[in-house]
Every structure is written in C-alpha cells, then in structure tokens.
Design a binder for this molecule. Structure first.
Ligand code: GLU
Length: 561
C-alpha cells in the first residue's frame, strides 16, 4: 500500500512537517541538569489534593534545578470538561504559591491567556500539531484509519478504561477486541476513498508491532526498574473529531515542550507500554518518569483505601474553607512526599519550606497515608512559629472570604487584634492554640463584646458563694498597673479566704484540708472574663481587655450567680 498517498488522503490540509515543528520548539537553552516539568490537569471539576501533591513536586524539581515548570491544560475530553475549572485551578495554584514559568495563565480580566514560547498550552488549541504527527505515522505505515462507528468505539473505550482502572492486568486487550482490531487493519485504498467520499468518520489507530510475551525494561525514578510487556493493542491516537487521546497528546506535547521529567499518578503505569511504543514510533526520546504513589486513608476496619472525592481533605476547597495556611499545605505535602522532610524540619526550624532540598530518592514507592491529625499537628506547629503580623494577615484574608463580620472586627482595629494574636508567641516554646483560620474566632472572639458569651459553666463541685467571694475579692485588689507576679500573688491571697490552697503543691499533699486550690480561683476568673474553661494566658488577656471590661464582666458574672 502507498502509505504516503493514504496520509495525503486523510490529511490533505496538513502541510507543516515535523521538522518545522522541531525548529519552532527548539531544545531549551538551560544549564546542565535543569529539569523541565509540567503539571497537566484536566479541567474536569474540583481541584484534587492529589493534583496539588504532584504540582509541588513539579515546582520543586524545576525551581531547585534552574529549570522550567509549565502548566498545560489537558482539555481534550469535552464531555467531562467543567466550565471555569481551569480558572479555579489556576487560582488554587496561586493561592498556595505554586508559581509556574510557562503555560496557561489568568489575565487581569479573569480570562485565560498564555505565557511562554512552547505553546499553545491548552491541548484543545494544538489540533494542528497532533495532525502533523498523525500524518507522519500514517505515511510511515505505523498508524492507520479505522472507520468503526462511534458506538463501537465507545464500547472499546469503556473496556479500555475498565482494564486500566483495575490496574491488575497488563494484557488489557481481550480476545474478541483483538480480533475486531485485527480485522480493522485490513482495508484497501478504494475502501478508504469510498468512506471519505461518504463523509464517514474515522479514528487513527497505531499499528502495533508489540508482542505481549516480550518484556521491556523501564526505569521509573520512583518505582525503580520495572519490566512491562510490549503493547499489542492498536490504540487510538486521534479520535474522529481530530482530538487526540491522552497517550498521543502526552507523547507529542511532552516532546515538543521539551519536558525532561513527567510527574504523574501511578494510575498511568498500566499505559506505559503504549507510551514506550509511541515514543519509539515517533522517534522521540522518552522523558524521565516519576509515578507518584496514591494517597490512601485508613478505612473503618483499619485497612487502607484510596482517598475519594467524598473524603474530607480530597478537595482543595476544603482546605480553603477550613483555613489551612499556604505553608501548612506545603509542609504537610512534603511530609507525605519525602520521608526525611520531618527530620530536616526539626534541624532547620526556621528555614522557609520552599528551601527544603527535595529529593526524588526519598519519595514514597507505595502509598502515602493521608491523616488529618497529622495535618493538624503540622498546622499547629507552623502557625506557632509565625509572627502575630503574619497570623493577622492570613486570618483576615480568610475571614474576608468566609466570615466577613469577623473580618470587619479584625480590620477595625488591627493593633488590638495583633496584640491578642501575639499572646504566647515567640520564645522557645510558643503556644499551639491555633490550627486553622476558621478556628480563630472561637479562640479570640471573647475579646470582642459582640462575640463574648459565657460558654462554659462552673463545675458543680464548687459552691456559688465561694465563687462569688473569690470574684469579689479579686475586684477589691485588682490593679491593671500590677505586673504579672504581683497580679498572680493577689490571686494566691484570695485562696485562703475561701478555704482554698494558695499553692498547688499544698493542695496535692493534703487535698482533704481544702475545698479547692489557687488554680480553681483562676478558673473562676477565666470563665467570668473569657466565658471559657480554656483561654490564653489570663494576665495578658486582662491587660489587653482593659480594666473596665474586665471589671464589668466579673460584675455581671457575680450578679448572675
Ligand atoms: N491530564 C492527565 C490527568 O489529569 C495528566 C496526567 C499527566 O500528568 O501526564 O491525569
């Protein structure tokens, strides 16, 4: 068969040559060892934690090697595309400071644009480019047209997907599918001409030369040496509307964008034989691959299962809504991604997270376990190391979106809010009261009269008259000019007046001789002034609230008892 004639028949309008594309997208002029990475999400809905997990690897590998990080939007599946998803994705990357050098960007006016010399970066705009390579493969007898109907194609795709999702069997081609496929290889030029004349739709399939009994060696940067069977399936390269499949677009785009490292989920591993074959057919050098481990969570029975979109923490919107700081997300991702991150953090408590020397070797080979308690722990630590200014700015930004009333309180008197947030900060053992921005109002709300209310009640084992006496005695001697030692000594002096121990150790030695201890006296004050059993340091709280409000709240409490 005259393949170049066939190619011309199928792609009469394609005049660009692969050589011209090589010139248009030349090898990048980068220092030795520089890595070119790309994040290639499909805009099919919400932004997944797993996507951000990969984007952080892309970002770190590129930026730490003096390379290039690209954002490519893989919008080849029109049916699954969700309007606004690409924009939301870019905003999420921005929010977490995952900046990139090239790719699809958000213009000032909210429309999508592009930056960089290796575009277009949206696959839907690269149709001309894919056609050039499809034509080349047909002309070389490595691909052929297939005029199966849309329904038949759909059935084959479904079978394909199922086999890939199951991730169990390399031999995805079932016997009958193979027979149908082989039949599709047989055609004459007259038949093709007749189909084209009739306007019949067709797809372009690869003409596979693979033998699944033969194995190919492949080194994945994370998984190590793998042996995969050769691909023997004539998989689709271009769909009937000219849109490429993932496989074809991956090979063409990553070649022309000069990607050196492909970081993608391990669910793509079963497709690797196809990619190995395709790169060989196209004469492209394969990039290096890092197939990242899946994110797992504990299930009810103590086993592990894949995190699904219904799970809390799967969507990046969850993090925004709860108010996890940008650095917290990074730190947590790095604890999942690199096994020596936590050790590094311990040794370098003050180094910015982005300066962590990311190591491919320390990446998890099997699954990464997602754990909310761990995330919250990381969060408390990170926030405890921030300055009051930093906390204020981030809480305010969060509140502006999610709690405008609180935001207006915070911004009405920034100095006041910052003095509250400064309590217990600095020093070797900073307090770890704050986990998420959405918890800050609960933590400091009592500093604002409109939010203050008595949330906790006095435990039943105390007598009202003792509480009243303690509160009254406090007011008698309270002087806001006292330093913290004098202030606390005065509280200690109240204790004996109501039969309480002035020192904890006295009480512990002989609990039967006292009705309570100095800590209980502090608790009486705490509930009256903050409304809660737990609060930041009471001396600082009273200093910031001011004597007028402290006195008023204690008086109100006495009257209510
Ligand atoms: N669009 C593909 C996905 O979202 C990208 C995979 C890749 O990074 O190559 O799964």
């Amino acid at each position: 068969m005259d393949y170049s004639y066939l190619a011309q028949l199928l792609f009469p309008d394609v005049t660009t040559t692969p050589e011209e594309l090589e010139e248009r997208y030349p090898a990048r002029d980068l220092p030795e060892g520089a890595k070119v990475t790309r994040f290639a999400p499909s805009p099919t809905g919400y932004v997944h934690f797993g996507g951000i997990y990969q984007a952080v690897v892309d970002k770190m590998l590129a930026s730490q090697s003096g390379g290039v990080f690209t954002l490519r939007i893989e919008d080849t599946d029109g049916q699954r595309e969700v309007e606004g998803a690409a924009e939301a994705l870019i905003r999420t990357l921005e929010k977490y400071g995952i900046t990139y050098d090239e790719g699809v960007i958000l213009n000032e006016d909210g429309t999508l644009g592009e930056r960089g010399a290796y575009g277009p970066y949206k696959q839907s705009q690269r149709g001309d480019i894919y056609a050039v390579y499809a034509k080349k493969l047909v002309a070389e007898g490595k691909a052929y047209p297939c005029f199966t109907t849309e329904e038949e194609l759909e059935a084959i795709q479904q079978a394909d997907k199922k086999a890939e999702i199951k991730n169990t069997d390399w031999h995805t081609a079932a016997a009958e599918k193979r027979a149908a496929m082989l039949a599709g290889r047989q055609f004459t030029m007259e038949e093709v001409e007749a189909h084209l004349k009739a306007g019949d739709p067709f797809v372009i399939r690869i003409l596979s030369d693979g033998d699944p009994d033969k194995k190919v060696k492949f080194t994945d940067q994370v998984k190590g040496l793998l042996e995969v069977p050769e691909n023997d399936e004539d998989f689709v390269l271009l769909k009937s509307d000219g849109i490429p499949t993932y496989h074809f677009a991956h090979a063409v785009d990553d070649h022309l964008m000069r990607t050196t490292h492909v970081i993608r989920g391990e669910d793509w591993l079963p497709s690797l034989p196809k990619h190995i074959q395709l790169f060989r057919y196209l004469g492209f050098r394969m990039p290096k691959y890092l197939h990242t481990a899946q994110i797992l969570k504990m299930d009810e029975n103590g086993g592990k299962k894949k995190i699904s979109k219904r799970d809390m923490g799967a969507k990046m919107d969850d993090y925004a809504q709860l108010g996890y700081a940008e650095d917290v997300v990074w730190e947590y991702l790095l604890t999942l991604l690199n096994s020596n991150f936590e050790e590094w953090r311990m040794q370098n408590p003050d180094v910015p997270v982005r300066d962590y020397p990311f190591s491919i070797k320390k990446m998890s080979v099997s699954g990464c376990l997602f754990d909310f308690d761990k995330l919250n722990d990381v969060s408390k630590n990170v926030i405890s190391r921030m300055t009051a200014e930093q906390v204020y700015d981030q809480v305010l930004t969060w509140a502006e979106s999610f709690d405008p009333d609180f935001a207006s309180k915070l911004s009405a008197d920034p100095a006041y809010a910052k003095s509250i947030l400064a309590i217990g900060r600095g020093g070797n053992k900073p307090r770890k009261d704050i986990t998420v921005w959405s918890g800050v109002k609960d933590y400091m709300g009592f500093f604002y009269d409109e939010y203050f209310r008595i949330e906790d009640s006095y435990p039943d084992n105390f007598e009202k008259k003792d509480i009243i006496t303690a509160l009254e005695k406090f007011l008698e001697s309270y002087d806001p000019a006292d330093d913290s030692t004098v202030w606390f000594n005065k509280i200690k002096e109240i204790a004996p007046a109501i039969g309480f121990a002035p020192e904890m150790k006295l009480y512990k030695k002989d609990p039967d001789s006292y009705r309570g201890h100095v800590g209980d006296v502090s608790m009486f004050l705490r509930i009256a002034v903050t409304g809660k059993m737990n609060s930041p340091d009471m001396y600082s709280v009273m200093q910031i609230l001011g004597s007028e409000r402290v006195t008023a709240r204690i008086r109100t409490m006495i009257a209510s008892l």
